[in-house]
Design a protein around this ligand. Structure first.
Ligand code: ZN
Length: 341
């Protein structure tokens, strides 16, 4: 049996200890390079005038030549209005990058001796950045689909005569959601010899039925793709836009013609381990972020921790925070999110 990728030296390209030990100047340089690249800032970050702003070395800030505004390396981005040194944010991203099964805010709060609320907000800021689409093209070729419910458990009453039938709709948890995964796989004749899942899209739907499952497929998957799934009738197709392959797990894991939904199930393997081992529950306002985080970790499973760190840091350093998501600590909970891609 071949060795697991995470055991190889190629998986280790980042030392969390080095990141945590960075000086102020090193942390600043790392952020600056991630935000603007090695060439520096060609335009004023405050007003957009194409004129290199003055750099104020003692403050590590810039001042626009035309507008006179002062901006820092995090202004207008994910960690704007930060209260802690840059190393703290770099350290958070470094530890998060290496957590293959996710990282709970409680653990982070104890690791770094910060309040739970602060750790929770920082983790969610990173998760929110991961929601930025990793690839704008529609999945094509073979796409495997599967669903799994979350927030669905109802604790049975202690006494047997007080227990209800938890299969009935009226006795189910109203917070129950279904995570639907649509996973494009590498083609059998991939020129680089890659196998398994290529790209993973997740969507939060109400129930695993034809209506809820069918709509995201029509919206996201390229016409002409082959959709593989298990035998559940939720995955029946009501139009001829896609080719269809099914495997009945009562008879075999992999059908005689080679049809399988193993890659979709592999996604849920990681998702469930994240849930059971780290988060326990995903709540109702942010399940899309957790589902997408598991998808991100699946898609980057063969990347070194250094590459993942650089990718997440670039996302945090470059993109603006979404207005809906500002003020998490002030009680502005995000609107229910339905989509993650
Ligand atoms: Zn300016």
């Amino acid at each position: 049996m071949s060795r697991h990728f995470l055991l190889s030296a190629a998986a280790r390209r980042l030392s969390v200890r080095e990141v945590l030990g960075m000086s102020d100047a090193q942390a600043f340089e790392r952020f600056r390079a991630m935000r603007w690249g090695r060439e520096g800032e060609a335009v004023c970050p405050a007003c957009g005038v194409a004129e290199q702003p003055w750099f104020l070395p003692s403050r590590r800030q810039w001042r626009g030549r035309a507008c006179g505004h002062t901006v820092s390396v995090t202004s207008g981005r994910m960690f704007a209005h930060r209260k802690l040194p840059l190393q703290v944010y770099l350290g958070a991203i470094a530890i998060y990058s290496t957590a293959a099964k996710g990282l709970s805010a409680l653990q982070r709060s104890r690791d770094r001796d910060v309040q739970y609320k602060r750790a929770f907000v920082m983790m969610h800021k990173i998760r929110e950045r991961l929601m930025v689409p990793r690839d704008a093209t529609a999945p094509s070729g073979e796409v495997q689909r599967d669903g799994a419910s979350t927030n669905g458990s109802v604790r049975p009453e202690n006494r047997a005569d007080e227990r209800v039938d938890r299969r009935l709709a009226e006795n189910q948890n109203p917070d129950q959601r279904c995570v639907l995964v649509m996973r494009e796989t590498h083609p059998a004749d991939d020129p680089l010899g890659r196998v398994g899942g290529k790209r993973t899209l997740t969507v939060i739907i109400g129930r695993e039925n034809q209506t809820d499952v069918g709509a995201p497929a029509a919206r996201f998957i390229a016409p002409g793709a082959t959709l593989s799934a298990d035998a559940s009738d939720a995955y029946d197709l009501r139009h001829g836009r896609y080719a269809r392959r099914r495997v009945n797990h009562q008879h075999a894991d992999r059908a005689a013609d080679g049809t399988t939904d193993k890659q979709a199930e592999a996604y849920f393997s990681r998702f469930r381990r994240m849930q059971i081992g780290q988060h326990h529950t995903f709540g109702v306002s942010r399940p899309a972020r957790y589902a997408n985080e598991a998808a991100y970790r699946e898609d980057t499973r063969r990347g070194s921790n250094g590459a993942i760190f650089d990718d997440i840091l670039a996302k945090c350093a470059r993109t603006r925070p979404h207005r809906d998501r500002c003020g998490d600590r002030q009680g502005n909970t995000a609107r229910p999110e339905l989509l993650a891609a």
